[in-house]
Design a protein around this ligand. Structure first.
Ligand code: XMP
Length: 506
C-alpha cells in the first residue's frame, strides 16, 4: 500500500486540483467528503491530511465540520482557505467577516516555518470573505498580507498548519513548494506513487477479481476506454473482448485507426459496423437532444446484442477518478451511464464490474497509456462527443453531410497540426451548419453549405476561449476546404467564448 495523503473535501472547487498537485509529487492521495473523514482515516491510514476550501462561512448554519477525533488523530494536518478557518474556529480561535475581502493575487509575507522552507515572500492566490482574527492556543502566525494579519498559522508541536490562500493554484508563486514541504518535510512522504508500480497492482487486482472469468469492454477509441483495454489485456489476454461500435459518425479514418491499434493486441476485438442502423434511426430528426438520445439508445442496443454473443462474466468500464468523485460514491457497484454515449445495457447480468482506472486522474491515465505502449494518437486524443459528428452536423444527419464534414474537418486538423498549433489549441474541429449560401465558382453560381471552424483554448473544458488562430492559417484552411470539398462554398470561424456558447454546437 502506498503512503497516502487524505484530502478532505469541504465542497471547494479546488479539491481535485489539490489532489492532482499531490500526485504530481509522486505521492498517492484520495479525496473524501468531510462527512466520511473518520471512515477514510480508518480505511486509508493516511500519513497526512489536507482540508480543502469550501464556499461556506464557519458560522453558517450546518457549516461543514469534522469529528474532533480527526483533529486529535495526531496525523499532520494542513488546512486551506475554509479548511484554515475551520481549524482556527474548531480549535478555539476566532474567525470574522473581513473588512476587506481578498480575491485574486495578493502580496503575502512569510515567516520562518517548515511549511515555507525555501519559499520567498511573494504573490499568493486568495479567495476569502472571512479571516482569522485571533489564533487558537498553541498557534502562531506565520504569514500576513496588507489586509490580513493571519494569512497562515502553525502549531508545530501538533503538526497542524493552515493557510488562508490556495497553494494548489498556479497563481500562488511558490504553491507547489509549499505543498511539497507539507507532504515531504512535515508528513515524511517518500514519493512512492509511480505509474509503473500501478500497472502491476491493477493487473493483480483484476486477476484476483475475475479469476478465470471473461470480461467485455465497450471500446470507443477515447483515451479512457483505450487505456482500460490495454491494461486489461495485460491481466487476462484473450479472455477480454472489446466491442467497438462504429456508428459511422467518427472522424476521417478514426475507426480504422482504432481497429489497427487493437487488432494487433492479444485480445478479442470486435468492430461492429453499424452506420446504416444509426443513420436510419436518425432520418428526419433535427432536435439535438433527441439525436443524442437516439444514438445513446442505439449504442446500448448494439452493445447488448454483441455482448450477449460474447457471454462474458464481467463488464469493464473506463471510469476514472473524477467520475467517481463527482458521482459522490466510492464504490464500483453502480453501472454508470456510458460516458461517451447513452446508457449501457440494463438487461444484461454480470457477476461484477471491473474499473481498473477508477483511482486515476486523466493525466495519469495518459501516462499509463504511454507506458502500456499505446500510440499518441489515442493517448492524446482530443475529447470527442459520444454522438460523434452528429453533434457537429446541425439538424438532420445524412451520409452526404457526414462525408462532407469528415473531409473538411480532416483538412482543418491537418493544417493546424502542420502550423505547429496542435498543442496550444486544445480542441479544434469543423461544424457543418446545414445552412446554404450563394457563392460563385469559376463563372457559375453555387448554392452550397456553410462550414464553421471551431478552435478553443481551455484549462478544463468547463470554460473556454476561442483560439487566436493566425489569419494565414485560417486563409489556407478556407481556401483548401472550398476547393477540395465538394458541397462547401463558404467558411466562417467561431469567435464565441464558453460561456455563453458551448464548445460543441449541439
Ligand atoms: P460543451 O459542448 O458542453 O463540451 O462545451 C465540453 C467538452 O465535452 C465534450 N463533449 C462530450 N464528451 N461525450 C463526451 O465524452 C459527450 O456526449 C460530449 N459532448 C460534449 C466536448 O467535445 C468538449 O470537449
Amino acid at each position: 500500500m502506498n503512503q497516502t495523503i487524505l484530502i478532505i473535501d469541504f465542497g471547494g472547487q479546488y479539491a481535485q486540483l489539490i489532489a492532482r498537485r499531490v500526485r504530481e509529487m509522486s505521492v498517492y492521495c484520495e479525496i473524501y467528503p468531510y462527512k466520511k473523514a473518520e471512515q477514510a482515516i480508518s480505511k486509508l491510514k493516511p500519513i497526512g491530511i489536507i482540508l480543502s476550501g469550501g464556499p461556506q462561512s464557519v458560522y453558517a448554519p450546518n457549516a461543514p465540520s469534522l469529528e474532533l477525533s480527526v483533529l486529535n488523530s495526531g496525523i499532520p494536518i494542513l488546512g486551506i482557505c475554509y479548511g484554515a478557518q475551520y481549524l482556527a474556529h474548531a480549535l478555539g480561535g476566532r474567525v470574522k467577516p473581513a473588512l476587506t475581502p481578498e480575491y485574486g493575487k495578493t502580496e503575502t509575507f512569510f515567516k520562518n516555518s517548515k511549511l515555507f522552507s525555501g519559499v520567498n515572500s511573494g504573490v499568493t492566490w486568495m479567495s476569502h470573505g472571512d479571516y482569522i482574527e485571533s489564533l487558537p492556543q498553541g498557534f502562531k502566525a506565520i504569514a500576513h498580507t496588507h489586509n490580513c494579519p493571519i494569512a497562515a498559522m502553525e502549531n508545530e508541536r501538533n503538526n497542524i498548519y493552515a493557510v488562508q490562500f490556495h497553494p494548489e493554484v498556479v497563481h500562488t508563486q511558490d504553491g507547489s513548494k509549499i505543498l511539497k514541504n507539507f507532504v515531504y518535510v512535515i508528513c515524511g512522504c517518500e514519493g512512492d506513487w509511480h505509474m509503473e508500480d500501478y500497472i502491476n497492482t491493477a493487473v493483480n487486482d483484476v486477476k484476483s477479481t475475475v479469476g478465470d472469468g471473461r470480461i467485455v469492454l465497450g471500446l470507443s477509441g477515447g483515451v479512457d476506454s483505450s487505456v482500460c483495454a490495454a491494461l486489461l489485456s495485460k491481466a487476462v489476454g484473450k479472455r477480454l473482448t472489446c466491442i467497438f461500435v462504429d456508428h459511422g459518425l467518427m472522424r476521417k479514418d478514426e475507426g480504422d485507426n482504432v481497429e489497427s491499434v487493437f487488432k494487433g493486441w492479444d485480445i478479442n476485438f470486435i468492430r461492429v459496423n453499424a452506420a446504416d442502423r444509426f443513420l436510419s434511426k436518425l432520418k428526419g430528426v433535427i432536435d439535438p437532444e433527441q439525436k443524442r438520445k437516439i444514438i445513446g439508445a442505439e449504442f446500448a442496443a448494439v452493445f447488448e446484442e454483441e455482448s450477449r454473443k460474447v457471454g462474458a462474466d464481467y463488464l469493464a468500464q473506463g471510469t476514472i477518478y473524477p467520475d467517481i468523485i463527482e458521482s459522490g460514491t466510492e464504490t464500483s457497484a453502480v453501472i454508470k451511464s456510458h460516458h461517451n454515449v447513452g446508457g449501457l445495457p440494463k438487461n444484461l447480468r454480470f457477476k461484477g464490474v471491473v474499473e481498473p482506472l477508477r483511482l486515476l486522474f486523466k493525466d495519469e491515465v495518459r501516462r499509463l497509456g504511454k507506458l502500456l505502449g499505446l500510440p499518441d494518437s489515442l493517448v492524446f486524443r482530443q475529447p470527442f462527443p459520444g454522438p460523434g459528428l452528429a453533434a457537429r452536423i446541425i439538424g438532420e444527419v445524412t451520409q452526404e453531410k457526414a462525408d462532407i464534414l469528415r473531409e473538411a474537418d480532416a483538412i482543418f486538423c491537418f493544417e493546424i497540426e502542420k502550423a505547429g498549433l496542435s498543442t496550444e489549441i486544445h480542441q479544434y474541429f469543423a461544424v457543418l451548419t446545414s445552412v446554404r449560401s450563394v457563392g460563385v465558382m469559376g463563372d457559375s453560381r453555387t448554392y452550397d453549405y456553410l462550414l464553421a471552424l471551431r478552435g478553443v483554448t481551455t484549462e478544463d473544458f468547463m470554460t473556454a476561449d476561442f483560439a487566436r488562430i493566425p489569419y494565414e492559417v485560417l486563409e489556407k484552411v478556407s481556401r483548401r476546404i472550398v476547393n477540395e470539398v465538394k458541397g462547401v462554398n463558404r467558411v466562417v470561424y467561431d469567435i464565441t467564448t464558453k460561456p455563453p456558447a458551448t464548445i460543441e454546437w449541439e
